[in-house]
Ligand binder design. Structure first.
Ligand code: PRP
Ligand code: GLN
Ligand code: MG
Length: 485
């Protein structure tokens, strides 16, 4: 996952994009970039690191114009370290295009070959986003017939792109001199929501963003989630048009957004992330009572931050005391999306510290939203014991992550997943807990979809079944040996 946002405003947009990116920081910490359009000119600033450190006053001044987009990156293709893979990507023809992308393409090898051999396009990085932009540029070039670009031609180009590209992509593009284009893959795997507000003169302003909290904060009304296979074009003048450019194959949003990636105050595809996490806690409570006698649990504790809603609800259902035994250093980011295992491991210790008063002589039930590589849980169990805990039980509100995720979460190798090839008892012994309890795939599915029309989710990292149906064992094997980030 990455965070993407696009604004079409009636006033300079630079600060608005910056503010939106700050709100999306939890989706990517590797690098960030902003591009704006001013007439026929595009301005762009990109930097490694987080939003607050990345932009100087002179950068912000250079980002002139009322239309703009931005990105925070969590690398899934190529490498988090490489400067030339920082988004947005730019191509100068047709017209001048910049693009930001959240997701991960799964046919990059074929597209790289075709783009070079057939379309004669040069790719200068290992980023799948550069591929996506070149496929779009090529399609747009082919769809233009007259001297002025029309909305139909733009929509035709997106349809061509959908037919060529496989994997997950929510994307936003600036077309110099024309406007802002947004589209979502035909399975709707990664989120994208459209918002609208009116300025003091009654003129419309638009935003498209990965998460609805951006709309809340900017005072926009939610128009709707961009539909799978739909394209939306907003002109510089603020005229919005949309078209279902290819058939929706399914609406199968990524379940991991609800488990961990998205902020709890966001609503994705009509489903509240916070409510989902409460339901996950409620269902996990039922699993816990099947495994542990309630007399054995002195206290329930969340692993900050993402586990808090689930842990609160679980404690309430069990009628057990809820305490915060780990103090969090607010200046350390999210550890799971940091690049490299060494940094992740060190950061867990820097981020969380145990308060001995809450642990001494107690049997503690620790709750996390998920156990993926086991980096957090292993350190945390050790810290709880060092702080004097008698027994340490560990429950995960998500089922075991046993399979790679190819749609925008950087866990492509099975070997790094603690639950892959291990029984629950083995996981428990690796992380050093007295008992580990996992939620189930059914519980997670019901927690997310309760009360919604959604009937399908991408749950590939829990089940091994990829919704697009194009992910082959050969591709997964290639990914295992070739991923670098
Ligand atoms: O098993 P692991 O590989 O350690 O991954 C899972 C952990 O990583 C995430 O926390 P993170 O610190 O990234 O963010 P948070 O503060 O939002 O919980 C997640 O909430 C789990 O705690
Ligand atoms: N997490 C994402 O959405 C990543 C986008 C893109 N694949 C990149 O690596 O930059
Ligand atoms: Mg966490």
């Amino acid at each position: 996952m990455c965070g993407i946002v696009g604004h079409v405003s009636t006033s300079p947009v630079n600060q608005q994009v910056y503010d939106s990116l700050l709100l999306l920081q939890h989706r990517g910490q590797d690098s960030t970039g902003i591009a704006t359009a001013e007439g026929k000119f595009l301005h762009m600033v990109k930097a490694k690191g987080q939003v607050r450190e990345a932009y100087r006053t002179r950068d912000m001044r250079s980002l002139a114009g009322n239309v703009g987009l931005g990105h925070v990156r969590y690398a899934t293709s190529g490498s988090a370290k490489r400067e030339d893979e920082v988004q947005p990507f730019y191509v100068n023809a047709p017209y001048g295009l910049v693009l930001v992308h959240n997701g991960n393409l799964t046919n990059t090898r074929e597209l790289t070959d075709e783009l070079f051999r057939i379309d004669r396009r040069h790719l200068n990085s290992s980023s799948d986003t550069e591929i996506l932009l070149n496929v779009l540029a090529n399609a747009l070039q082919d769809s233009i017939h007259g001297s002025e670009l029309t909305t139909d031609e733009i929509f035709d180009a997106v349809a061509t792109l959908h037919n060529r590209v496989e994997g997950s992509y929510a994307a936003i593009t600036l077309i110099a001199g024309y406007g802002l284009l947004a589209f979502r893959d035909p399975y709707g795997i990664r989120p994208l929501v459209l918002g609208r507000r009116v300025d003091e003169n009654g003129r419309e302003e638009w935003v498209v963003a990965s998460e609805s909290l951006v709309l809340d904060s900017g005072g926009y009304d939610i128009v709707r989630d961009v539909r799978p296979g739909e394209a939306i074009f907003i002109s510089y003048a603020g005229e919005m048009s949309s078209k279902q450019v290819v058939e929706t194959k399914a609406l199968a949003p990524c379940s991991f957004e609800y488990v961990y990636l998205a902020r709890p105050d966001s609503v994705l595809d009509g489903i509240s992330v916070y409510d989902t996490r409460l339901r996950m806690g409620e269902k996990l409570a039922r699993r816990v009572v099947e495994e542990i006698s309630l007399d054995e649990i002195d206290v329930v504790m969340p692993i900050p931050d993402s586990a808090r809603p689930a842990a609160m609800q679980l404690a309430q259902v069990l009628n057990a005391p809820y305490r915060e035994g780990f103090y969090k250093n607010r200046y350390i980011g999210r550890t799971f999306i940091m690049p490299g295992q060494k940094v992740r491991k060190k950061s867990v210790r820097q981020k969380l510290n145990a308060l001995p008063r809450e642990f001494a002589g107690k049997n503690v039930l620790l709750i996390d939203d998920s156990i993926v590589r086991g980096t957090t849980s292993k350190e945390i169990v050790e810290m709880a014991r060092a702080a004097g805990a008698k027994k340490v039980f560990f429950a995960s509100a998500a089922p075991p992550v046993r399979y790679p995720h190819v749609y925008g979460i950087n866990m492509p190798t099975r070997g790094e997943l603690i639950a892959s090839g291990r029984t629950i008892e083995e996981v428990s012994s690796v992380i050093g807990a007295d008992k580990v309890i996992f939620s189930t795939v059914e519980d997670l599915f019901e927690s997310i979809t309760a009360g919604s029309d959604i009937t399908q989710l991408d749950m590939s990292c829990f089940t091994g079944e990829c919704v697009t149906g194009t992910v082959t064992p050969e591709y997964l094997a290639w990914l295992e040996t070739n991923h670098t980030s």
